[in-house]
Ligand binder design. Sequence first.
Ligand code: QVQ
Ligand code: ZN
Length: 336
Amino acid sequence: MGSEKKGWDYSQLRKYDISLEQIPRLDYQDPKVDELMAENEPVVITGSKLVKSAEKWNLDYLEKHMGNGDFTVFISRNYKFKYYDEKKILQKLPNNETNRGVEFTPPTKMVEMKLPEFIKRLKEWKRGDERLYLQQGLNDTVGPAIVRDFLKFDWDFCNSIQKKQNWGPLTSNHLLIGMEGNVTPCHYDEQQNLFAQVQGYKRCILFSPDQFDRLYPHPVYHPHDRQSMVDFERPDYSKFPKFKDIKGCETVMEPGDVLYIPIYWWHQVESLMRGDHTITINFWYKNGPTGPITYPLKSHHKVAVMRNVEKMLLEVLHDPKEIPPLMRALVLGRYT
Ligand SMILES: O=C(O)C(=O)[C@H]1CC[C@@H](C(=O)O)C1
Ligand SMILES: [Zn+2]
């Protein structure tokens, strides 16, 4: 996969003991793109002009035109930016009660930062410093030049995909500005995603929803819901034995590439090491109505079923520790 002529090489990729195929790279006019998307299969779409109007979005341009709004920036003491849902963290409520969250120490800090400060810290960063990751939903606080560039995205291109694939509405576009070497650890989302690379090179490692039992997601009630418990660099095979059999695919995104990350597909995203900062814009869509159900259910439907079973069991049992004995009694010796 390495290719010096493309401005990156293997030494910039983190090393994992995982078997990875290549995600197909197809020209946006290739009819096979629609076929793969219809099958909920990932594909790198090349040559589109989806975010061509943003190709001039370097740090100086953004500093000049992004406006004076506050941007959400995650700060990490290491290179990982594992997402967590604040609503699932044990919180004292105003009436001194607590929500039904769990004790949890976030692995990253989430702060609001003006863009000039973010860019200054990016430019002054040196090894050992805290890392930063700007992840901000694009909204109307941005300056007029950015609005103009945003309106010039090739909306016909993504709207035609949305229509052809019968997706639901576009829910958000996130602007992602990461430092070289930053990693978003393996997780899945419950939306369809067009992941458009604007600046720099980003490695995306994807796994099908049928790898669920090899990636050991945190329980649904946990703040790290949807995130894999496995540390790819130091996998604990005693706790996660099936991870040994994991099978995935990967690609290194170049500016202008658009990766289709299908709903429920696991993905780990890495800004190449020694590759300067990266800029990405993602397009999250609600999934469309489930087509005709065929049996056996597709793996991503089974993930949705498992999530609903977990939520129902937590609702009725209240204590997560009650789930394993109940599930064992239900399954062992009866369904096995
Ligand atoms: O677009 C998604 O689904 C994501 O997970 C993004 C959140 C952080 C982003 C990254 O590029 O590291 C990926
Ligand atoms: Zn994601």
